[in-house]
Design a protein around this ligand. Sequence first.
Ligand code: AMP
Length: 114
Amino acid sequence: MSKTLFERIIDREIEADIVWENERIIAFNDISPQAPTHILIVPKKVISSLNELEEEDRDLIGEMFIVAKNIAEEKGISENGYRTIFNTNDYGGQTVYHLHLHLIGGRKMTWPPG
Ligand code: AMP
């Protein structure tokens, strides 16, 4: 199967503005930010969407939220607040089929989402 866009970023075949990384997770600025802070937190393991998540991914998903929390603190958006989102499949608005957590902040969000 051909690589997803995010696998190509993980493998350094495509450039991205990387803000944090360890052996399991990479975080980079969204190319089309929807707020002053818009960072994608991406597992290096290939998981196409939340629908494909397995029991064994429990720790990985937990770590992705810890990374989101830490980056939010670093970016100074924790106190005002922010949003963390997984878009899943067509109705969820997913466009890149490699699991990613959006961390969006720096402005007041509206609800419900569009
Ligand atoms: P989603 O629609 O939830 O699948 O989110 C995919 C996100 O990836 C969108 O917010 C895009 O703006 C973002 N995106 C697409 N291409 C790139 C890229 N080359 N570098 C960083 N972010 C990207």
